[in-house]
Every structure is written in C-alpha cells, then in structure tokens.
Write a protein that binds this ligand. Structure first.
Ligand SMILES: Cc1cc2nc3c(=O)[nH]c(=O)nc-3n(C[C@H](O)[C@H](O)[C@H](O)COP(=O)(O)OP(=O)(O)OC[C@H]3O[C@@H](n4cnc5c(N)ncnc54)[C@H](O)[C@@H]3O)c2cc1C
Length: 384
C-alpha cells in the first residue's frame, strides 16, 4: 500500500533499511544468543541522525515527529526487534523530558540523546507496581535544593547502558496518583546503582535491569514539570510511545512474513514448492493482510498524534494492542510455514516469535490497553 511518504521520510526508511541489513542482520543471531548490547549499532544510528528524528531542531534533532519515529522503529525491527529497542527505549526515556521539561532541562538532556551519544531510559515499574502504577513505593523526599530518592525500579529497558533516566517517584504518599513526580536522574549520581540484569525469552540484545536508589540526591532542578505531575507525564508519554511499540511489533511481523515467503518459494516437498500449496498460500495471505492493516492503523495513529494537541490514549492503545497481537499471530504462522527449520536457531523466525511476545506485555499489557480503550468508549458514550 502506498502511504505517500515524503522524500525526507523515504530517506529515513532507506537509511534505517541499510543499517538493518549491513550492521544488524549479520550479528543478530549472535547478539541474541550472547545477550550483547548493540553499542556498535547505536553508534551508527547516532551518526546517521536517526536517534534524534523526533527531537526538535533547537535541541539537536531533526524536528520530525512520532510518525518518523514509527517508520524508523518499524524498519529496524524488521531485522531485529531487540536491537531496535535501544533507540525506541531511548525515545521512551526522552519523551517525559520533551513533554514536561523546561527549556533549560531540554537543552541539557536532549542534544546527547538526539546525537545517540547518550541513551535514555524510562523508569516507572517496580516489583509491586506493574500494571498498577499508583502502587509505586520509590520515594523522593525534598531536602533543601535536592530530592532524596529511595527505592528499586525493575525491568528497565536500557538499564545500565543509558546515561539519562526519567524516573517516577512518590513525593506525597497521601495524594495517590497525584503524589507521583518525575525526575531526570543521571548515571553516576551518588546513591544510584544498577541491580539484577534480566535474562529473557526474547529481545535479548536489549538490556533490562533493576535501578537501585539509596539516599540518592537529585538536584531539584531535575524535577520535570511540577510535583505531582509524574503519573500524568508517564501516561502522556505512553500516548506518544505506544505507537513505537506498535511499530516494533509491525516490523517484527513484516520481517517474519518476508522470511516465510522466501522459504515457501524455495522449499520443495512432494515435488513442488510449498508456496504452490493452498494451505501455505492462505496463511501467507492472512499474514500479509494483517500486517497491512496493522501498518495502516499505526501510521494513521502516529500522523494523528503529530497533527493534534488532543490526547490520543485510545488510538495509541488500539495501535499497540492490534499490532502486537498481529505480530504474535504472524510470527507463529511464520514458524509453522518453515516447519522444523522454523523451530531452529539457525533460522530467524523462532527469534522473531520470541521477540514478538514482549510487545503484548510492556508499556501496559494488552489487557490494560483493552481497559483503556473501553474506558474511552464508555466516557465518550456518556458525554453524548
Ligand atoms: C522486557 C521488559 C522491558 C520493560 N521495560 C520497561 C521500562 O523500560 N520501563 C518501565 O517502567 N517498565 C518496563 N517494563 C515493565 C512492563 O511495563 C510491565 O512488566 C508491564 O506493565 C506489566 O506489569 P507486570 O509485569 O507487573 O504485570 P502485572 O501487572 O502483575 O500483570 C499480570 C497479569 O495481570 C493482568 N492484569 C493486571 N491488572 C489488570 C487489570 N486491571 N485488568 C486486566 N488484567 C490485568 C496483566 O494484563 C497481566 O496479564 C518492562 C518489562 C519487560 C518484561
């Protein structure tokens, strides 16, 4: 389908494509097996300008938007959803600063993220606070011109590798959701250390780690927006970044579809290519249709986000929900089309199937997306 990309957008996709083919494809299997963080790929992404596509020009970026971020993440994830997450996870960490930071904070933190010299990360989840972010326990107590952070964050993408962390912590536990605030905490701040590094089912080239705060003094100048705005900032961030998860899922699905078509054409059984068998053709047709529907939804959502100042919670949740479910269905079918080969590490589709699963879980599980979509529908109906 033609999405009428501009020349600049086509150029971004072409750049991401060549980085994927040249720098990611040759190493993706090894990086997955050995859980290697792709710093070499991040360096190339930074030099090519892709890390800052969505960051305004005055802060070192290309001044584009969520749509361009989606195009880049999709194209990189077509080759490797784990490595692509270094860039997408950094965007997740950067968005609270973009949305809630003042000019000084943006000028301080965004240029190195835009250039890819530093990665960012987003730290909301804790062991007792997953889907229910209001159960956060990490505290931030104001003492003079600093906030003192105590607590542990878990499952943080880019944890340990990133330099810049957007961290949600409780500044007033009597106020529930309105008592959570957002801070930028830099790696190296005394009292900020890294805990357990997770071993995972998929996206194994991505680092997922605990952050440990023990009497960590964060300058008051690193508070984003105002006290009590942390959860709102996190939710507004998700409006812009869930399409990024959707794009990661879409990229994984389209990569799996490509592998399935290529294998179906070359695999001979019963004296004919399996691509000539209707059972295989129907699977391919369903996969391609779902991939295109997913693409149309996430592109439309991303374009809407860039064009409106209104909240896009429902649309972003729909894109994330649909694309991630498509990624799961398509990668499972790709493994089926490759048969026994699909089950082996030597072929990329088993990794794609493992990588797809996370897109149904993080940035809010798909059950949480459904809750949000339903809530929006009911609110809308009540307002009529
Ligand atoms: C690889 C990885 C990377 C991650 N990266 C980050 C990161 O960078 N930053 C960050 O802050 N977090 C990150 N996370 C955390 C992630 O966002 C959470 O794991 C996710 O939101 C789910 O929380 P949970 O794991 O505690 O599951 P739980 O909340 O315990 O959910 C368990 C099950 O219960 C269901 N459930 C819970 N509540 C409801 C409800 N109200 N209605 C219906 N069903 C419900 C869930 O859908 C799920 O099926 C990451 C997680 C992983 C695995």
């Amino acid at each position: 389908m033609d999405y009428f990309l501009t020349d600049a957008q086509k150029k971004l996709v072409a750049t991401a494509h060549s980085i994927g083919e040249q720098h990611m494809k040759p190493v993706r299997q090894r990086y997955d097996e050995e859980e290697i963080f792709p710093w070499d790929v991040v360096k190339v992404l930074g030099e090519s300008g892709l890390c800052g596509a969505y960051i305004p020009r005055e802060y070192g970026g290309a001044g584009m938007g969520v749509f361009e971020l989606v195009l880049i993440v999709e194209e990189l994830s077509r080759v490797d959803g784990g490595m692509a997450l270094a860039l997408a996870g950094s965007a997740l960490g950067a968005y609270p600063i973009l949305l809630g930071g003042n000019d000084e904070q943006k000028a301080r933190f965004l240029p190195p993220i835009a250039s890819g010299k530093k990665l960012a990360a987003f730290a909301l989840t804790e062991h007792e606070a997953g889907s229910d972010a209001t159960a956060l326990r990490t505290s931030a107590e104001k003492q003079g011109d600093h906030y003192i952070l105590n607590g542990t964050k878990c499952f943080i993408t880019n944890g340990g590798e990133a330099e810049i962390y957007s961290v949600m912590a409780v500044t007033d536990k009597t106020k529930g959701a309105r008592g959570i605030s957002a801070f930028v905490v830099e790696k190296g701040t005394p009292g900020f250390n890294f805990g357990k590094k997770e071993k995972k089912l998929g996206i194994r080239a991505s680092a997922t780690r605990e952050l440990v705060f023990e009497n960590c003094g964060v300058p008051a100048g690193n508070l984003l927006a105002r006290e009590g705005m942390g959860l709102i900032l996190a939710l507004r961030t998700f409006d812009s970044t869930r399409p990024g998860v959707a794009a990661q899922a879409l990229g994984i699905a389209s990569g799996a579809l490509e592998e399935a078509i290529a294998h179906a054409k070359s695999r001979i059984q019963f004296g004919q290519s399996i691509a000539s068998m209707q059972a295989i053709q129907h699977m391919l047709a369903d996969m391609a249709t779902e991939v295109e529907a997913a693409r149309a939804l996430v592109y439309a959502t991303a374009r809407m986000i860039d064009a409106t100042k209104a909240r896009t919670t429902r649309e972003s949740a729909m894109a994330k929900l649909y694309c991630s479910d498509v990624a799961m269905r398509v990668t499972v079918k790709a493994v089926q089309i490759l048969g026994g080969h699909g089950y082996m590490h030597d072929y990329p589709v088993e990794k794609m199937m493992r990588d797809a699963k996370i897109t149904q879980i993080y940035e809010g599980t798909n059950e949480i997306q459904r809750n949000e979509i339903a809530l929006a529908l009911i609110k809308e109906a009540a307002a009529k």
